[in-house]
Design a protein around this ligand. Structure first.
Ligand SMILES: [Fe+2]
Ligand SMILES: [Fe+2]
Length: 307
C-alpha cells in the first residue's frame, strides 16, 4: 500500500525484506552470532522488512513524493510572482512614455521599452535558473548567487517587491535533502505510526517482536536515532540487522529519483562514517558488505535471486 502511494519507494520493502532474510541466514552460520539469533529470526527479519515502512501510509503523499526543496505548487507560485512583477515593471515603463506624440519620440520610447524587456527577461531567466538549481541541490554558493541576482535586479529596475519570500529562502537553504524541519518530523513519525498500526494485531510467537522492530528501525546504537533515541541492546538485534539493509537500499536504490544511486564503494565510505560515529555495529556492517551485498550486486532483479 505504501508503495502504491510512493512510486519512488517501489520495491524498497521487498528488497529490505530479502536483504534482511539473507543477512540473518548468513549470521546463523557464524559462531559469534548463532547464540544471538535462531532460525525463526529469518522469518521475523523478512516480515519486519516487508512492513518496516508501513507507517508511511499516514504521511502526506506530497511529502513522500517531494524531491525538490519547492513543491510544484510553491515553484509555480514563485514563477507567477516573477511574471507579475515583470508585467508591473513593463506597464510602469509604458506609462512613462513621453507625452510628445511625434513618431520619432514614440519609436525611441518603444525601442527603449524593448531593450528594457530584453534586460528584464535576461535577469529573471537567470534568477529562475539559479532558483531551479537551488531547489535541486544544496549549495550555499548558489544561494549567494540567487541573492546577488535579486539585488542586482531590484537596483536596476528600482523594485521594492519581495522576489523571494522569507520562507522560500529558508526552504532553499535546507542543508541536505529536500525536506524542511516540519516535513522531516512528519516523515519521522512513520516508525511510531507503523508500530501503532501493528501493535494490537495477534502475531505468532516468533513474530511478536515485529511491531517493536518497526518502531525502532531508525534508531542507532549510539542513541542518535529516532523516535525514542534507544541505545545499543535496547534495539532488537534483528532490527540492527534490518537497519543496515534499509540504509543500504536507500543508498543503492535507483527508484529514489531524488537521490542518485551510490556505488558500493561510496556506500562503504558512508557506512564507515556511521560506524566511526557508533551509529551502526562495525562487525555487522563489515559482514554485510563482504558477504551479503555481493549476493545481490550481480543481479539486477533481486526477486529472482531470493525466493
Ligand atoms: Fe523507515
Ligand atoms: Fe525503509
Amino acid at each position: 500500500m505504501v508503495e502504491i502511494r510512493d512510486r519512488q519507494l517501489q520495491g524498497h520493502s521487498l528488497r529490505v525484506a530479502n536483504y534482511t532474510k539473507t543477512f540473518i541466514q548468513f549470521l546463523l552460520d557464524q559462531p559469534s552470532y548463532n547464540s544471538i539469533l535462531n532460525k525463526a529470526d529469518i522469518e521475523l527479519g523478512f516480515y519486519s522488512g516487508l512492513l518496516h515502512d508501513i507507517g508511511k501510509i499516514s504521511v502526506s503523499g506530497w511529502i513522500l513524493k517531494k524531491n525538490l526543496k519547492f513543491s510544484p505548487h510553491q515553484l509555480l507560485n514563485f514563477k507567477l510572482r516573477i511574471e507579475k512583477l515583470k508585467n508591473k515593471i513593463i506597464s510602469k515603463k509604458f506609462s512613462e512614455f513621453s507625452s510628445d506624440t511625434s513618431k520619432e519620440t514614440y519609436v525611441k520610447d518603444l525601442k527603449a521599452l524593448n531593450d528594457s524587456i530584453k534586460q528584464i527577461n535576461v535577469h529573471l531567466n537567470n534568477l529562475l535558473l539559479l532558483v531551479n538549481e537551488s531547489i535541486e541541490i544544496s549549495s550555499p554558493n548558489n544561494i549567494k548567487k540567487v541573492l546577488k541576482q535579486i539585488d542586482v535586479f531590484k537596483n536596476l529596475f528600482n523594485v521594492s517587491d519581495d522576489l523571494l519570500k522569507k520562507w522560500e529562502l529558508s526552504l532553499l537553504t535546507i542543508d541536505s535533502g529536500s525536506l524542511c524541519e516540519e516535513e522531516m518530523s512528519e516523515i519521522q513519525k512513520h516508525s511510531e505510526s507503523g508500530y501503532n498500526i501493528l501493535k494490537d494485531m495477534s502475531w505468532p510467537s516468533h513474530l511478536k517482536a515485529l511491531p517493536e522492530i518497526v518502531y525502532s528501525h531508525h534508531e542507532r546504537i549510539n542513541g542518535s536515532g529516532y523516535p525514542r533515541k534507544l541505545k545499543g541492546d535496547q534495539i532488537h538485534f534483528v532490527c540492527q540487522v534490518l537497519s543496515i539493509c534499509d540504509i543500504y537500499d536507500a543508498l543503492s536504490s535507483r527508484d529514489r529519483v531524488y537521490k542518485k544511486a551510490f556505488t558500493v564503494e561510496e556506500i562503504q565510505l558512508i557506512f564507515l562514517e556511521m560506524v566511526k560515529k557508533r551509529e551502526l555495529d562495525g562487525n555487522l556492517v563489515s559482514i554485510f558488505i563482504k558477504n551479503v551485498v555481493p549476493i545481490f550486486q550481480s543481479s539486477k532483479d533481486i526477486y529472482s535471486k531470493v525466493a
